[in-house]
Design a protein around this ligand. Structure first.
Ligand SMILES: O=C(O)CCC(=O)C(=O)O
Ligand SMILES: [Fe+2]
Length: 356
């Protein structure tokens, strides 16, 4: 392995098995009956039995897996193909070009090639951008400091169509995100629009992931094991495969097989807290491969910075008391971003720090 930087090498117990078991995979859910569904009307359409069935399926998938795939989701395939083409063009440039829009402590969106997950370097490069611009966030992660600041996007000169393609894609994905949150709310016995208020000044962002060919796929990972801190993730992956999910039933890592024109949905930490752990955010990681590069695009649906994330009152009572203390999402986000630029001795901020 001579020239591979040791920063990429996973500890033995976290290395991937390249021939992962072809065991039972995540549920596949058909959203065809969602046409015309709008959570903002409180789920009035949800009277139909087709929607009731869908709600039950989603609830089941959230409980058992924390992950599921969806088809017939209503996002036009051309919009997705367009952004996939633009992403290839962008990452196909030389490092010097890409570094012109490199992310740093002050400009937190843009290109980045040295991300670490749990202090091991990921075999990937990324481009991040905010869905709602400017993104409002706390100016400081310190408690008691009230100031708010704005985070803005950086756009490369090339490819010239990237910006428009990404914005158009984000608008589509946002609609899907609201629908999914509506179904998830209903599956918890809540009105379909229960979560909408939290996303008024959303801090959602989209990431373009590029996993180059890797000479040591048995030692490194594209993304090390982690849970998503956000509310909900909607991921587009190409046909190469590599995403693995830790199956709740037995702790096995199982491959999420690519299905054309599907999205992978996963419950993030915030839904885990809102639902008082009825649904859990599940660990996942990405394998790389020595023959093919891989691209993926997660949309991280995240609430307004001033949201106090806590178990919903409707879902707690004296028999089922809150399992988490409230935490401020903006402060959490800013703390995370700041720690991205340091190699930490201590663990990154996590929701279990707020466990009661
Ligand atoms: O590329 C993938 O399949 C997943 C990426 C991921 O988990 C992340 O960026 O949080
Ligand atoms: Fe993730």
């Amino acid at each position: 392995m001579g020239e591979v930087d040791p920063a990429f090498i996973q500890d033995v117990e976290h290395r991937p098995k390249l021939a992962a078991p072809q065991a039972e995979g995540i549920p596949l859910i058909d959203l065809a009956s969602l046409t015309g569904y709008s959570p903002s009307d409180g789920g009035a359409v949800a009277a139909s039995t087709a929607i009731e069935r869908l709600v039950a399926e989603i609830g089941d998938a959230c409980k058992k897996w924390g992950f599921f795939a969806v088809v017939n989701h209503g996002v036009a395939v051309e919009k997705r193909e367009r952004i996939e083409r633009e992403a290839r063009e962008f990452f196909g440039q030389g490092l010097e070009e890409k570094k012109k829009v490199r992310r740093d402590e002050r400009k937190v969106f843009g290109y980045y090639e040295t991300e670490h997950t749990k202090n091991v370097r990921d075999w990937k490069e990324v481009f991040d951008f905010a869905v709602q611009e400017p993104m409002l966030v706390p100016a400081s992660h310190e408690d008691g400091e009230e100031g708010v600041t704005e985070w803005t996007n950086q756009w490369p000169e090339y490819p010239p169509g990237l910006r428009e393609a990404l914005k158009e894609y984000a608008r589509e994905l946002e609609k899907l995100a609201y629908k999914l949150m509506g179904l998830i709310a209903q599956s918890l016995g809540l009105p379909a629009n229960r979560f909408d208020e939290f996303f008024k000044d959303q801090t959602s962002f989209v990431r373009l992931n590029h996993y180059p060919v890797c000479p040591v796929p048995h030692l490194a990972l594209g993304v090390g094991r982690h849970k998503d801190a956000v509310a909900l993730t909607i991921l587009a992956q190409d046909d190469v495969g590599g995403l693995e999910v830790k199956r709740k039933s037995d702790g096995e890592w199982v491959l999420v097989k690519p299905i054309p024109d599907s999205f992978i949905i996963n419950v993030g930490d915030i839904i885990q807290v809102w639902s008082n752990k009825a649904y859990e955010s599940v660990e996942h990681r990405v394998m790389v491969n020595s023959e093919k590069e891989r691209f993926s695009i997660p949309f991280f649906f995240s609430p307004s910075h001033y949201t106090m994330v806590q178990p919903l009152k409707e879902l707690t009572d004296e028999h089922d008391p809150p399992k988490y203390r409230p935490y401020n999402w903006g402060k959490f986000l800013v703390t995370r971003k700041a720690s991205n630029f340091k190699k930490l001795e201590v663990e990154n901020i996590q929701i279990h720090h707020f466990r009661i």
